[in-house]
Write a protein that binds this ligand. Structure first.
Ligand code: CTP
Length: 387
């Protein structure tokens, strides 16, 4: 995702400095070249050796540690496409805001002319101090505000470093990396609606949030996106609204032919009512009523059989024996990948903004993605599919 890009990470002296080790790995996994500059205080929380090993580059701390004939603050500022200052302490924020250049990091920041992301982290009372807000307001940077929660200093409040995914996503967005440029991706979303009569229907609890997150992320990564959806959404990409499984099948078949990848995130009803009543079904004196249901086509299975070079991805909603059922499903359906999620948990899945999934591939490979917001999960799914 970040091939050919150089990210300069500036680490300052806060407890969240240790988290930046993982951020470096995320950038490296995305093929970025990573340069690291630390304030001397940052090294109280994380070692130079660790940062060097992870970034595969020397870590700069002191000014005038000359390795070549260029002043480091200028050469670092020239080499990087973006600077990410995380965690940013109140001290460093205030120094940069007032033009103080008393260490290598602040000097680089002062000389840096390209985009800068700053992710502050500090005690909540420091965050609430108007002087810090005023100084932060002077920076024409992309500010990723801290999150609320338990702080290392023992307080509870706003001050925790924002999630690393947020920092990573913002970097990709700012650098306008478009690894999916030229790819046409079809995504289905929402639960299908199977009519019984003019006022009643059979459906399911799917919120469509996962499909929507996949479509938004694919669009941001440069894909030409078509969303086939049962939910009413307004987006700046091609949206095809459908209702029933049969309508979804028709739309998917039309879009599939000239697509590169299709992701069936929709919860398609397995059965529909055999005969939809044209009039509202009236209550009778009987205590029971029987509806005859007939099987819907399995859209995922059908397109997997028809596919040529396309990548076909299915979802797998299970309330028990997740991996066992998912393995059986991927071989039965014949798709390239299957994203398995446990719908019995309330903290992930259906109507939640979060998910935790396992990606299975047709060769028997498996990868678990830890609980994260659905956009992050979506980004990781594309990373897995398109490397
Ligand atoms: N799917 C489909 N057509 C159907 C049913 C499901 O295309 N008639 C797709 C879904 O969009 C999803 C995958 O198949 O990508 C798996 O759906 P899931 O509901 O988990 O499994 P089912 O095939 O419906 O099997 P079961 O309900 O027995 O678990």
């Amino acid at each position: 995702m970040l091939s050919g890009k150089t990210v300069l990470i500036g680490i300052t002296g806060g407890i969240a400095a240790y988290k930046i080790c993982e951020l470096i790995r995320m950038y490296k996994r995305a093929n970025a070249d990573v340069l690291v500059v630390c304030t001397p205080n940052a090294l109280n929380f994380v070692t130079k050796l660790t940062l060097q090993n992870l970034s595969k580059n020397p870590v700069a701390v002191e000014e005038f540690e000359v390795n070549n004939f260029n002043p480091e603050h200028i050469s670092y500022a020239d080499r990087a496409d973006i600077m990410v200052i995380a965690p940013a302490t109140a001290n460093t924020i205030s120094k940069i805001a007032t033009g103080v250049c008393d260490n290598l990091l602040t000097s680089i920041a002062c000389a840096f002319t390209k985009p800068v992301i700053i992710a502050p982290a500090m005690n909540c009372n420091m965050w609430d101090n108007p002087l810090i807000s005023e100084n932060l307001g002077k920076l024409h940077y992309e500010i990723l505000e801290p999150e609320s929660g338990y702080l290392a200093c023992g307080y509870e409040g706003k001050g925790r470093l924002c999630s690393l995914d947020k920092i990573f996503d913002k970097t990709v967005e700012i650098l306008k990396c478009k690894p999916l440029n030229g790819k046409k991706i079809v995504i289905t979303c929402g639960g299908t609606i199977e009519d019984i009569d003019p006022v009643r229907y059979i459906s399911n609890y799917s919120s469509g949030k996962m499909g929507l997150a996949l479509a938004d992320v694919a669009k941001n990564l440069g894909a030409d996106v078509t969303l086939v959806t049962t939910k009413d959404v307004s987006r700046k990409y091609n949206v095809v609204e459908v209702k029933s499984a049969l309508e979804m099948k028709n739309a998917v078949e039309q879009e599939f032919e000239n697509s590169d990848c299709i992701i069936m995130a929709a919860a398609v009803a397995d059965y529909r009512v055999k005969e939809i009543s044209e009039q509202k079904i009236k209550k009778t004196k009987d205590d029971e009523i029987t509806l005859t249901l007939v099987k819907n086509p399995d859209i995922l299975k059908e397109i997997s059989m028809k596919k040529t070079s396309q990548i076909v991805v299915g979802f797998c909603a299970e309330s028990e024996n997740l991996i066992e059922n998912a393995k059986e499903k991927i071989s039965k359906k014949g798709c390239d990948y299957l994203i398995a999620n446990d719908i019995s948990r309330k903290d992930i899945g259906f109507s939640s903004d979060y998910n935790e999934v396992t990606i299975l591939d047709k060769n028997g490979g498996m990868k678990k993605l830890e609980r994260a917001d659905k956009r992050t999960i979506a980004r990781k799914i594309f990373e897995e599919i398109y490397g």
